[in-house]
Design a protein around this ligand. Structure first.
Ligand code: GLN
Length: 554
């Protein structure tokens, strides 16, 4: 008989944003490092079919997987903490997707005339999705989005309650993350919110096995015993998760508390201690850097940093590889547009990330011009690369009205245009180029190794995409002849059309743009090569000291 699968369900109580995703990812990492074949799943109770259509203001960045699935930023945490698991559409689903499947099945007559109900039909679909996601793994860490007590989370909680009932306590662990706040006027940590949140869970039939209590200071043994007593959990199953300097400290803290020991014990899994040596080395480098670089991220959603979560983490990874601390400086492109360029002088390198819509783009173009003319290391990602191409076309290739069809559909000099294959598609919904595509990296140009090749060290790469527009092949030769080097290409086997994937400036310390999103593949233990090289260039610029003057900006 096949070995039974093991399930760890992670729920959250009291408040959102207390680090449930990081806690789940940390548990995944610790169990993986014990040699267990793990996978991770995120279940989101909202009704959007996927987060692709949600504003990053509300929901943070959209994290894209190799198969093109648009997921939320927790899949990003999982990908950075877990090394071997490969994530696909199965690893992330929403209530919207569950209902979509149920309704499709109902329309196709799949329920044989029965009344279709939340219980059992929606809950069965949730259970099925969870089981499908665990197909290739021995153990799954399944995070339930939202906070216990939300009405929309109920079908998910009912589904996981049933899984425990069906699979048995030896195969299922319920881990509940709560907040234990410190109240200054009382001068103590308070356990009442935790008690209430566990009470809520128990009312619907879920008795947590372990509690992970987020707090800003140590939770004493006595207090853990007290929490345990009121929540019906043994005191040694109550753990603290203290605020950490770096998110990469969290698995080490949880392991020191004994969380992973307790989980394997409860699940009856026999393993040795996790091998945390590489992780510890990486964390040490984060805490004891040999220098600092400041990277300006010129963007639009400057007050909502989760929009650039994967980018800021990739910068940390690039910093680890170069043993420097990377301080991201968020610069509002609209300030630059107004002529307020002073922020650009405080930084060692500039990154223009992906984005949609016209707001703030002229400011980004100005920042790119500054980087190009003043030899400031520059990294343009997706929209950032498109704007670098526009800047070059306008200011070097003499295409004064260069722009993108995204912003000026009727303009005659759109060096960034809709992809050929999508020009006839009237409905823009669902027409994005999503997921992993291969790219050919140019090795040498005029006898010199390109920056792109220096980073990758190979000619064939696979990178993830999320965009609708492309460098126009109509204007490409004119721009190339003026000196912008196309150093990455994709040949579409269906249409035979070649697409520009990367551009760089040969006579610049480091100026590179890519149409794809390298930040989606960077991990602390495997930093993405483009981020490694970008930070290397930024560190060299920081060493040189002198900040370029703000001359030459049109
Ligand atoms: N808005 C641009 C496009 O659709 C860039 C997208 C992005 O930066 N992810 O092509």
């Amino acid at each position: 008989m096949a070995k039974p699968k093991k399930y760890i369900f992670v729920t959250g109580g009291v408040l959102s944003s207390i680090g449930k995703g990081i806690a789940a990812a940390s548990i995944g990492m610790l169990l993986e490092q014990r040699g267990i074949k793990v996978t991770m799943v995120k279940m989101d109770p909202y009704l959007n079919v996927d987060p692709g259509t949600m504003s990053p203001f509300q929901h943070g960045e959209v994290f894209v997987l190799d198969d093109g699935t648009e997921t939320d930023l927790d899949l990003g945490h999982y990908s950075r903490f877990v090394q071997t698991a490969k994530f696909s559409r199965k690893n992330s689903f929403t209530a919207g997707r569950v209902y979509e499947s149920v309704i499709k099945k109902e329309r196709a007559g799949g329920y044989l005339g029965k009344t279709v109900q939340v219980i059992p039909h929606v809950t069965d679909q949730i259970k099925q999705n969870i089981k499908d996601a665990l197909e290739d793994a021995d153990l799954g860490i399944i995070e339930v989005g939202g906070t216990v007590g939300d009405i929309e989370g109920l079908p998910f909680l009912e589904a996981i309650r049933q899984i425990r009932h069906e699979e048995g306590a030896q195969n299922v662990v319920f881990a509940h993350l709560t907040l234990v706040p410190y109240i200054p006027t009382a001068g103590e940590l308070k356990t009442k919110p935790t008690q209430h949140s566990v009470k809520e869970l128990r009312e619907i039939g879920i008795q947590p096995d372990i509690l992970i209590c987020r707090a800003d200071r140590a939770i004493s043994k006595d207090m853990k015993e007290k929490i345990g007593l009121f929540c019906n959990v043994p005191g040694d199953c109550v753990f603290s998760a203290l605020d950490a300097q770096s998110i990469y400290d969290v698995p080490l803290h949880l392991s020191a508390e004994g969380v992973d020991d307790k989980i394997v014990d409860k699940l009856g899994i026999w393993t040795g201690a996790p091998d945390l040596s590489n992780w510890k080395k990486m964390v040490d480098t984060i805490h004891k850097p040999k220098g600092e670089v400041k990277v300006g991220i010129v963007g639009k959603y400057t007050d909502w940093r989760d929009t650039y979560k994967s980018i800021s983490e990739s910068l940390v990874h690039g910093g680890v590889a170069n043993q420097v601390k990377v301080t991201p400086v968020y610069i509002d492109s609209e300030e630059i547009e107004k002529g307020n360029l002073s922020a650009l002088q405080e930084i060692n390198a500039i990154l223009v990330p992906g984005g949609f819509g016209e707001r703030g783009i002229e400011g980004k173009i100005k920042a790119i011009e500054y980087a190009r003319t003043e030899n400031v290391p520059f990294f343009g990602i997706c929209l950032g690369m498109q704007l670098a191409t526009i800047e070059y076309a306008r200011n070097v290739a003499g295409l004064k009205n260069a722009n993108s069809a995204e912003f000026k559909p009727d303009n005659k000099e759109n060096v960034i245009d809709l992809m050929e294959s999508q020009k006839d598609v009237k409905d823009l919904g669902g027409t994005m180029r999503l997921g992993a595509y291969d790219c050919n990296v140019l090795h040498k140009h005029n006898g010199k190794t390109t920056h792109a090749y220096q980073a990758y060290g190979k000619e064939k790469i696979l990178e993830r995409h999320r965009h609708r527009f492309e460098v126009s092949n109509h204007f490409r030769s004119r721009i190339e002849e003026s000196g912008l080097l196309v150093c990455g290409r994709y040949n579409d086997p269906k249409t035979g059309i070649e697409l520009v994937e990367m551009v760089e400036l040969p006579n610049h310390p480091w100026f590179l743009g890519c149409q794809f999103h390298p930040e989606l593949q960077s991990k602390p233990l495997e930093p993405h090569p483009l981020f490694v090289q970008f930070i290397k260039a930024a560190a060299a610029a920081a060493k040189n000291g002198a900040q370029p003057k703000l001359k030459g900006i049109s």
